[in-house]
Write a protein that binds this ligand. Structure first.
Ligand code: PGA
Length: 254
């Protein structure tokens, strides 16, 4: 089995001192684990963390958002080329918190993914339904629509993205999709990607939404779950490492 990808999304958390301790703790515990790992930090800390990661390859650096414009008069925005200068490997696009609080639509997300790809950064494209949409039986339709926009805009480059299925109702709530529920949606996304590109096997589909040390192993053991996008549990080195240990166990067991 290919190595799982575990990505920490710190959201708007951290400080110079806290980041130092967290990254040090993660690096110390990563040795020997069969996992691809990254942390997505707030933009102001990218330089700090880039410096901490410069002499190792076990942990990659990511950002949490990127502008859909290349450059120019967009006050407050950060371009993909700027991120690239800080050694960024991944950028989260279309997180539900961006869709919910910042009005991001499917097309914006698709254009952000495009800007990232053009700069050589892997976009982690988030899709997921709200509780209302799930209860109305709309889960498949919603995630397929969200992913379709990114596929349409990015053509054959779609094989270079990472997809994250994050049911909105499971984010930060302690509620997790059951492994079967998550697998069901991952399988829908996998079929959609297979139909879009012959290279779909390269694409990792992560699960996100209250993944933690206790539930990680059963989620990661599902056939179409290639890793995790971790919020709260990525803020403590021991919790984050426990998830990566579970991911490593899946990789070595197969
Ligand atoms: P959570 O967040 O793990 O705290 O639920 C996941 C995410 O929003 O990426």
């Amino acid at each position: 089995m290919k190595k799982k990808l575990i990505v920490g999304n710190w959201k708007m958390n951290g400080s110079l001192a806290a980041n130092q301790a967290l990254v040090r703790g993660v690096l110390d515990g990563l040795e020997g684990l069969q996992v691809n790992a990254a942390v997505c930090a707030p933009n102001v800390y990218l330089s700090q963390i880039q410096a901490m990661l410069h002499d190792q390859r076990a942990l990659d650096l990511g950002a949490q958002d990127v502008s859909m414009h290349e450059q120019g008069a967009y006050t407050g925005e950060i371009s993909a080329d700027m991120l690239r200068e800080f050694g960024i490997r991944y950028v989260v696009v279309g997180h539900s918190e961006r869709r919910q609080y910042h009005g991001e639509q499917d097309l914006h997300v698709a254009l952000k993914a495009q800007c990232a790809l053009q700069a050589g950064i892997t976009p982690i494209v988030c899709v997921g339904e709200t509780l209302t949409e799930r209860r109305a039986g709309g889960t498949e339709e919603v995630v397929k629509r969200q992913l379709a926009a990114v596929i349409q805009t990015n053509g054959h480059c779609i094989s270079e993205v990472v997809v994250a299925y994050e049911p909105v109702w499971a984010i930060g709530t302690g509620l997790t999709a059951t492994p079967e529920e998550a697998q069901q949606v991952h399988s829908v996304l996998r079929h959609q990607l297979n139909a879009a590109t012959a290279q779909a096997a390269r694409i990792s589909i992560l699960y996100g939404g209250s993944m933690n040390a206790t539930n990680a192993l059963t989620l990661l053991n599902q056939p179409d779950i290639d890793g995790g996008l971790i919020g709260g549990a990525a803020l403590k080195a021991s919790d984050f490492l426990a998830i990566m240990a579970a991911a490593s166990q899946c990789a070595t067991a197969s």
